[in-house]
Design a protein around this ligand. Sequence first.
Ligand code: HEC
Length: 530
Amino acid sequence: MLPALPDARRDFAVATLLDGRVMIVGGRQGIGDGNLVGAASSVLLFDPRANTLVAKSSNGFTARHSLGTAALLTDDGFKVYAVGGYASTAANTAPSTLVEEYDVASDTWSSVAPLPSARAEFGIAVTGRINKGEPIQRMHVLGGNTGSLQTPGVSGSLFVFTPDGGAGNWKTLAMAITPRRNLGAAGVVRGAFPYHVFAIGGRDAIGAALTTVEAYVGTTSQVTPTDPTTLVATPLTQLAGARHSFAIGASNNRIYLFGGIDADGIELATTFELNPAANPAGGTPGAPGVPSGAFTAKANLPSSRHGFGVSSATPVQNFGPVASTGRDERQDAINLWIQHRVRALRAKNAATDPLVAEGRTLFETTGLTGVANVSCASCHGGPKWTRSTVDYIAPPSFDLAHGDQEVAAAELRKTASQPGTLPENGVLVDVGTFDSTRLHEVRVNPADVGARIAALGANGFNIPSLLGVGTSAPYYHDGIAPTLDAVLNGSADGFGASTLRTIHRVVDVAQRARLIEFLESIDGDTVTPP
Ligand code: HEC
């Protein structure tokens, strides 16, 4: 059971922190125009790990409804922004330019730079931090109501807020979306850099619900943050049915829409997933690399509703800011069990076998395969049969300008101490096992799941542990070597110019056989080379 809200509400705002905690801010309650949610429960924090919903300080937060919130991870920690909205429930209330910043660590509110112009019922989305082009998180305010609820006016303006440790600053982008209010907005990477901000549905000047889906990129440059000046040109898949006032969330680069109100004013229970990296089945595809986006119907809400909020599930991923620790007790229990109860299979060869002992000597012999001062143990030595270590503080920064690490797609290319020189020549070591022309070296285009792009691997691979290696054929990242003999006879090497690319080639058949005897003796009891 999840905790219930302390009191009923609608037209509030929800923001999800990168660590999965959820802020619920403002809103109103009661029938008709209703009343603003009172100070005692107008700022709530839901912690999915502890499954607690607690009231936070509302001292400095101006109560309002139909506002927007966004959570940004800034250099000064987590900040949640409460933007615009109506500070009274009277139908003739004009919208606000107020932007108030909540510091999650200190539980305090302060005012920051106001909106360039007053808004309520807008879409709000976050872009960044990814790559040099989007090094920090920014929030985007899309469209919205420029008037009161009684006399609405619609806008297509796009405002972007950049936090700077002080009041921050707002910028108005050069282009606009179709003017509308009660739309949904979300920022996701379409599989790969950069972020795409989507503006979905809403209602126009006369209050008619829209099927419109528009998008723009967070930056147009990989290298320097550069604002876009046009919406993306790709024809985007539009909503199958018009809707407004729905809840919108994003997870794992997909956007989710829940409920809302349709063109006939009927409240909806339907939910949809938008995958911006795919083309719709039977719909109009985009050009290769720029798909038009596919909507898939998902399980309905238990009941129809509108004017509510959803959180965005933060995915557990290798380079994500938080590991799964504490998220699910069962997952942690499995981790513990693997750490303490799972061991490598008993190897078939005994350490006392003379051939094994000879193989071990060869394993530790420098220059064996022609690279001075380097032995098998230089790379595969150490307590876990690899010198590979974690030498960065998770999560690694997405680019060197903002940290010592560089992540490119799934590759951790650089860390503080690497690349270095032999034998510590990088997290990834190119030992000649990658050949981009081999047909099985494929990588799906993350920006278009139907297209293929050049495989990763030219920078080499993380050095694998050799614990239990006698039982884990086939070998290498792509399993190209079916036996240990195939690893060491050079048949899988690229034979490139660099000597490292033939590091596994042991030409002498007798030496190879002894090395294999040794490799087949490595289990949990084998003493590791220093
Ligand atoms: C410069 C560092 C380096 C040296 C020296 C080195 N290796 Fe490797 N080794 C690697 C890397 C990197 C891979 C992974 C390559 C891949 O997956 O394509 C690897 C893969 C292997 C594998 C396959 C493991 C698996 O699970 O797929 C074996 C077995 C192996 N090495 C044994 C040896 C032996 C024996 C020697 C000495 C003759 C040696 N290595 C020398 C870096 C090194």
